[in-house]
Design a protein around this ligand. Structure first.
Ligand code: ZN
Length: 189
């Protein structure tokens, strides 16, 4: 990531909105923003495939692939930024479920995958799709369900200022597409 360019352009933005970038409170802001962007957009430099390889450590499970024994992880907390306004998407809760095929993902890896996929300029729908695709590859399972609920500051803090507008998106792959019992696993309780 070109942090020097980010610093330069943030300084230019400060000037453009009528600020004095040299006043005490703002002097270090371009550098701080560049450092923050480096962290919150860390996923930009990786493809879904690369993230699957990065966090794809699996363990053998001897459940003999019992058809219905889905693994569910709920309430994974992530933050992201919408690509339309570069505005924070916050209080996002991700529920993930998949049907293991002989191997299971470490639970912390599921959370890391969600976190890394969110560290890009995103749309909530695409974030759900990215997470599902990465989980499917990492867990070697075609059956994945993802539900995300979250608030978009471009809606809650500006424009129509609908502070309670929560967005819910669902992505279903494989058996989750048609099996409503499986779909329920990722719904909010
Ligand atoms: Zn937006």
């Amino acid at each position: 990531m070109d942090t020097k360019a980010i610093e330069y352009h943030v300084r230019e933005i400060l000037k453009a909105i009528g600020e004095n970038p040299d006043r005490e409170g703002l002097r270090e802001t371009p550098r701080r923003v560049a450092k923050m962007y480096e962290e919150v957009f860390a996923g930009t430099g990786y493809s879904n495939h690369e993230i699957a390889e990065m966090f794809g450590k699996t363990f053998a499970c001897d459940t003999d692939a019992q058809e219905s024994s889905a693994i569910v992880m709920r309430d994974i907390s992530v933050f992201s930024y919408c690509e339309h306004h570069m505005a924070l998407m916050y209080d996002m809760r991700v529920n993930v479920a998949y049907i293991p095929r002989g191997r299971v993902l470490g639970l912390s890896k599921i959370a890391r995958i969600c976190d890394m996929a969110a560290k890009r300029l995103q749309l909530q729908e695409r974030l759900g799709h990215d997470i599902a695709e990465i989980i499917a590859e990492a867990a070697h399972s075609p059956d994945v369900g993802v539900q995300i609920s979250g608030f978009h500051s471009c809606m809650t803090a500006r424009g129509i200022r609908n502070v309670s507008a929560q967005t819910v998106t669902k992505t279903f792959l494989g058996a989750f597409r048609t099996d409503t019992e499986l779909q329920k696993l990722v719904e909010n309780k």
